[in-house]
Design a protein around this ligand. Sequence first.
Ligand code: SER
Length: 316
Amino acid sequence: MKKILIIGAVGQIGSELTLKMREIYGNDNVVASTRKTEPTQKIKESGPFEFFDVMDKQRFNEVCEKYKIDYIINMAAILSAVGEKNPMLAWDVNMNGLINVLELAREKNMKQVLIPSSIAVFGPETPQVNTPQETILRPTTMYGVTKVAGELLGDYYVRRFGLDVRGLRYPGIISHETLPGGGTTDYAVAIYYEAIKEKKYTCFVKEDTRLPMMYMPDCLKSTIDLFEADFNKLKHHSDFNVGAMSFSVAEMADSIRKYIPDFEISYEPDFRQAIADSWPDSVDDSAAREEWGWSPDYDLDAMTKDMLEQLEKKLK
Ligand code: SER
């Protein structure tokens, strides 16, 4: 039986991934951890939970020993917008945390490490439409710099030490359980909350800003499908492009108006506009499709319908 440690298990993705993986692999086999944020009751009650800081290698090692961990999923990261406010914090968490994960996994001969990457690895010189798997990686954010370095490190550990490291470049992730923590794509979540609460939203990027996005059920599916993929069939390792949908803010607003006809949107772009402009519109994910059978389920309207239904229940 796999013994899985999810680091960053209280974040937007980690909180849902933990519950999903507990369903699949058994509650006791999925250990959730975080540095200091208090987890939800659902996470605390459904399986093992530990507070620790990945910078504290001794304590990290003790947790791995205690549960005989052989798989690590590292969801802890400082995202693009917070990273631009505090670049050294982004470097510390994203790089020093990651190297401890890789080193501990190598020392303990673990079976697999999964480290997500992001569309933030791309930059203004990258082709913007249907961005290829192999392309120019010159990001302009600290978050992007750490994600490029993380991909290279992951591939290095595969080549140099034979450690099984995997990663995928998440687009903006939209969900209704846990709020995202300080990314540029957060507007694509906030718009639904405000549509339900206020019937209006002021967006921090312009109406024609178009980015690759994915609904949480597809995010969980892509993560678990890559986690389960046959290592021998992988030609890439730490850097899979994964696409699902691509739309502008104006198109999101139109999709919401199909359900809330009097929804209003206005625009007040801030520093996050430049970050969004440096990222692609859409990505070519044919390597993920060929090597581990990736295929998304949700498009914009299907996601809008579900998001609004779920938030209606949650917020009213
Ligand atoms: N959602 C992330 C961000 O906006 C992108 O990976 O920073």
